[in-house]
Design a protein around this ligand. Structure first.
Ligand SMILES: Cc1ncc(COP(=O)(O)O)c(C=O)c1O
Length: 417
């Protein structure tokens, strides 16, 4: 019997079927303990933007570990890597006058943003503004706030009431958001949470004009706009943030993953000057919020080295080219009998959607497809819709994209034989 309790797992099945143990990574590939190589279709869990095996991130972390591994940043205590990283993230964000609150990951960032939003309104005397609005298909992490904001219904089921003051809107309808704000009465709504491109929910790019419209609806209603850029931040949609690309000027940005490319765990909330103001001008006094590892010195040093690579190799810009290369590379798969459609073309983000009919006929199809992909030498995973996630590192080239497609194709062929 194993002891390691996996995330998002049926442990009885893993006890029966065994664990799949990865050992190392380099560039766009990872290797298992038996030495088999896999092309990584998912960049880990959407995070490994710079690819695996970057010695300079390891060196930066090792140097910082030797100097000062970590020290809490509660109160007035600070460290140079965290100070510098905050400056750098603010400079890369849509508003360089933003303030940066560090966390340990995406779910922490969502929790922090939710509390920051409600607290902001309390500080302004608008104490009724407590409602959060979220979209169908949304994924905002698995803390209590994020679970409550889940647009993937199965992710919120089974706990009873968590945060109850949450309204859900269609993922693609600005009018739906407007109606919901009006129904709640605008002065009760604290914030709207929005992934610029929906990720785990199935990879759904925003319909033309959607982001701009929901941004302006929030502005008109005085509702805070939270861009959840845990996936899209740090290059994946062709700019440092999707908010830069779509000129969203969010009130809050939540991020994680790409800030370190997953070399060490970290998240952040980027607060616009509007939201930061009452916390920084004395109105709030001491805000009793933060985490042991907020502003962790070694993680911040690793993040700086990661941003050096993203910048030096112009990976956000490269992602803009890759978004069409990825879509072109995957598009032939749409003709496969097991595939309903390929969703791609916005950012280095794609889903190879298995056909609803085939999935209804064989409920194990997605799991079998992922296993077959592994057999064919590609690591992928299932999205909420039963699509296969394809969000490779930003250092993949045409040969890598072709390798990805052919491995997925041969895996799907095995399933129809
Ligand atoms: C959009 C979005 N928000 C939040 C999270 C939660 O991040 P974490 O798993 O680091 O807690 C994720 C994770 O995939 C995500 O995709």
């Amino acid at each position: 019997m194993g002891r390691f309790w996996h995330s998002f797992a049926d442990m009885s099945a893993i006890e029966a079927g065994g664990e799949f143990v990865l050992d190392r990574g380099d560039g766009i590939h990872v290797w298992d303990e038996d030495g088999r190589r896999y092309i990584d279709a998912t960049a880990g869990l959407w995070y490994c933007n710079v690819g695996y095996g970057r010695g300079e991130i390891a060196d930066a972390a090792a140097a910082q570990l030797r100097r000062l591994s970590a020290y809490s940043t509660f109160g007035d205590v600070s460290n140079r890597p965290a100070i510098e990283l905050a400056e750098r993230v603010a400079d890369l964000s849509p508003d360089p006058d933003s303030k940066v609150f560090f966390t340990s990951g995406g779910s922490d960032s969502i929790d922090t943003a939710a509390k920051m939003a409600r607290r902001y309104w309390q500080l302004l005397g608008q104490t009724d503004r407590t409602t959060f609005i979220t979209r169908e298909n949304a994924y905002h992490g698995m803390h209590v706030a994020g679970t409550s904001l889940a647009g993937i219904a199965s992710n919120a089921a089974g706990y009873g009431a968590l945060v109850t003051d949450v309204a859900k809107v269609p993922w693609d309808s600005p009018q739906g958001l407007r109606d919901t704000i009006d129904a709640a009465s605008p002065d009760r709504v604290a914030a709207f949470f929005c992934e610029p491109v929906i990720g785990a929910g199935g990879v759904f790019a925003p319909p033309e004009g959607y982001l701009e419209q929901v941004r302006s609806i929030c502005r008109e209603a005085g509702v805070l706009f939270v861009a959840d850029e845990v996936i899209t931040g740090f290059g994946r949609t062709g700019d440092w943030f999707a908010s830069n690309r779509w000129e969203l000027q969010p009130d809050l940005i939540t991020c994680a993953k790409g800030i370190t490319s997953g070399y060490l765990p970290m998240g952040a909330v980027v607060a616009s000057p509007l939201v930061a103001e009452p916390f920084w001008n004395g109105t709030a006094g001491l805000w009793r919020h933060g985490y042991t590892y907020s502003g962790h010195a070694t993680v911040a040093a690793a993040a700086m080295a990661n941003l050096d690579i993203l910048e030096r190799e112009a990976l956000p810009k490269r992602a803009l080219q890759l978004e069409s290369d990825l879509a072109d590379a995957l598009s032939p798969l749409a003709a496969h009998p097991l595939v309903q459609e390929v969703r791609a073309g916005t950012g280095v983000l794609a889903a190879v959607q298995l056909s609803a009919e085939a999935m209804a006929e064989d409920p194990t199809l997605t799991v079998r497809a992922i296993r077959a992909c592994r057999q064919a030498g590609v690591m992928t995973r299932a999205l909420a819709t039963g699509g296969l996630q394809v969000s490779p590192t930003l250092v993949i080239d045409q040969a890598g994209l072709d390798e990805l497609r052919e491995a997925i194709r041969s895996a799907l062929d095995v399933l129809v034989e």
